[in-house]
Design a protein around this ligand. Structure first.
Ligand code: PEP
Ligand code: MN
Length: 355
């Protein structure tokens, strides 16, 4: 797949998509848009068809909101985007002159819905932004991108909005940055947008997550902005005023993806070489460890002993966490690292058991 960038690069800073979670009233939409136009944002967002978790919540104003977005375009010159989840949404949005379409997380997760939208879009030249699916399924995200691409759309962007998680977490949707990073590696030409609002679900961490996205070379941000956030009809806890948003954007540090400075590049080159050598050593050690695990597997087999020895595994884990702490390695990291190694040992030993 070959993609074109969704936005023309006209400035140094990242691309900014912002606007309310939902279009509520014509007045609210226009007020927000005029404020944001002063900040020179690149694209104005407002949901008019809202996929809500529970029935009875505000589900959007529907087609009526399209005329408000038309007014936004006319009065501010801003380009506008809205979420589409069905064939009819695509037809209505395209007819109303919406500049960019986006697919929500609950749509990306469903191949039937994505295909329906792809079929409706065929023959239309319009950029499409695709949010990650609600569950951390890399292939499902790529599948949605392929369906839209196969419909003839080449200006495709992806929006990282985090993944559902059941349990204690500081996020509304946990970011699992490795997933968009993998996508960047596989498809560097996609446009990468970070939706810090739906990752955070709260106001006080929006800036930190936006900065993280900048540090990871995202092309832009999508942030929900509302003139009266506390009284928003959807996602009140995460929306911020246009003024707060202005501060957030001003506080961000934009880093260059690369440098042409020779000294910088030479130093970086040396350090990376060291990292590569350490990675080599790690691989050799892991290979060596696995050979021993296989010997143990054979020995267990010969003596008819089970693979898993819970007490032994518990003490390995405990000791490793303690040793890791001395090197400033977090418990979470050490435990997932060791669990992955342990699982691989079990797999090898199982092969041996099977003979
Ligand atoms: C939204 O952008 O308002 C929205 C519904 O987001 P998501 O699809 O990421 O939940
Ligand atoms: Mn929202």
């Amino acid at each position: 797949m070959e993609f074109k960038k969704v936005f023309e690069s006209k400035h140094e800073r990242p691309f900014i998509i912002s606007g309310p979670c939902s279009a509520e009233t014509e007045e609210q939409v226009l007020k927000t848009a005029h404020e944001l136009a002063k900040q020179n944002i690149d694209l104005f967002r407002a949901g008019i068809w809202k996929p809500r978790t529970s029935p009875g919540s505000f589900e959007g104003v529907g087609v009526e909101g399209l005329s408000w977005l038309k007014r936004v375009k006319k009065e501010t010159g801003l380009k506008v985007t809205t979420e589409v989840a069905k064939r009819e949404h695509v037809f209505e949005a395209v007819k109303a002159g919406i500049d960019v379409l986006w697919l929500g997380a609950r749509t990306t997760v469903n191949p039937f819905a994505v295909q329906e939208i792809a079929d409706a879009i065929k023959g239309v030249d319009i950029p499409v932004l695709i949010k990650n699916p609600i569950n951390p399924d890399y292939k499902l995200w790529v599948g949605a991108i392929k369906r839209i691409y196969n419909a003839g759309i080449t200006k495709i962007g992806v929006i990282h909005r985090g993944f559902s998680y059941y349990g204690d977490t500081n996020y509304r949707n946990v970011p699992r940055w490795q997933i968009p990073i993998d996508l960047m590696r596989e498809f560097p030409d996609l446009t990468f947008i970070c939706d810090n609002s739906h990752i955070c679900g709260r106001r006080d961490t929006l800036e930190e997550v936006a900065q993280k996205a900048m540090d990871l070379n995202f092309d832009g941000l999508m942030t929900e902005v509302h003139p009266d956030p506390d009284n928003a009809w959807s996602d009140a806890a995460q929306q911020i005023t246009p003024d707060t948003f202005k501060d957030l954007v001003n506080n961000l540090v934009y880093r260059n993806p690369s440098s042409s400075d020779r000294t910088f590049n030479a130093t970086l080159g040396h350090l990376r070489q060291e990292i590569d050598e350490i990675d080599n050593e790690l691989m050799n050690l892991l290979g060596k460890r696995m050979k021993i695990a296989e010997q143990i597997g054979q020995y267990k087999k010969d003596n008819n002993i089970s693979i898993l020895q819970p007490a032994r595994w518990g003490s390995i884990l405990e000791a490793a966490v303690e040793k890791g702490a001395k090197h400033d390695l977090s418990e979470a990291f050490i435990s997932s690292f060791l669990k992955a190694i342990h699982q691989e040992s079990i797999n090898h030993q199982e092969q041996i058991m099977k003979g």
